[in-house]
Design a protein. Sequence first.
Length: 367
Amino acid sequence: MKHFATSATSLRGGNLTGAQDVREKALRPERPSTPHLVTPYRAGAIATVSAILAYFIATSTEIAVIERVRPGEMELTWISDAVLAGVLGLAVFLWLNLKWTRLTLLRLEREHIVLETQLSLAANIQRGLLPPLPADGNGLRWAARLVQAGPIGGDLYDVVQSAEGPWLVLVGDVSGKGVPAALVLASIRTMFRMMTSETSDPGELVGRISNRLYEDHGGTPYFTCVVVRVDPERRAFLYVNAGHPAGVVIGTRTPGREPLLVESSGPPAGLFPHQKYRTASLAVPEEAVSILVTDGITEALELAGTAHDHSVAALVAGMARPLVPSRICDALIEQTASALSRGDWRDDRTVVAFALDSNAGASSMVS
């Protein structure tokens, strides 16, 4: 990335849920494996081979000793007993060691099954947090896609209608991976929903989330995000970008018009104490579609060799009209799927798109 999100993303070890179609696209957990038990036939074969090997070892050892010492009858008996006792002791040791190893493997397999089950439950819970998108209407059309790199992801999106009427859209990515990142995401979603009942100002919302995250975690993990307040009646577009990849607003009536960028205006939330964010605004065209993505999309475009300053905007601008939010989401997910062929890269990919129609204000007042 060519903005603050690039440097913030490179500092962390990992990268940072919705309509029914989004739930179906999320990865389903694999079924836990079962222990591979040794069958009686296999056990018998192992015992037979072990007995034959013990016989040959004992015989070879006895022959070697006799050839070197050339004992008499009494010494020969003593040597035979000593070799037999040594082989027997070795056999008992190997049997006990094999038994201990088998018990250890069974215990590890059971622990693995328990862990897989817990991860599966956590993944189900996280998928249950995917919010239902608002129904199309009042001048707004919605779509979202979230494809996780594993059973538990680090990306988040949410859409909430404030008490005043405008919609608040959150798209974010928490640093880190796995269960710790999922726990932080759940707390962020709860905070966001609680705080939207108190304020609808994006800068105030992100500032409160940032301070709470820093109080709880001391700067790690942190949370890159975009919060947008869209008012279809007044055609107002307010936002804060906290160290996140830039969102894009494209006018659909004039294809050659330069896209508007929802650019970064501050560091990631939770990275510094007492961080404040200033709300910015955009003059949205009469008909426009807004696209918000996570860095899994921008990084995948880089790996696919199609990235430049406005790669998301360029890809969307080349699509056939009319620009439909669901088609935009599907196209971005498809175009970035090739990056998965690289074994050294895996990241969650999230796209949220919403279209503001030209009759948004009129339809809102009629409703």
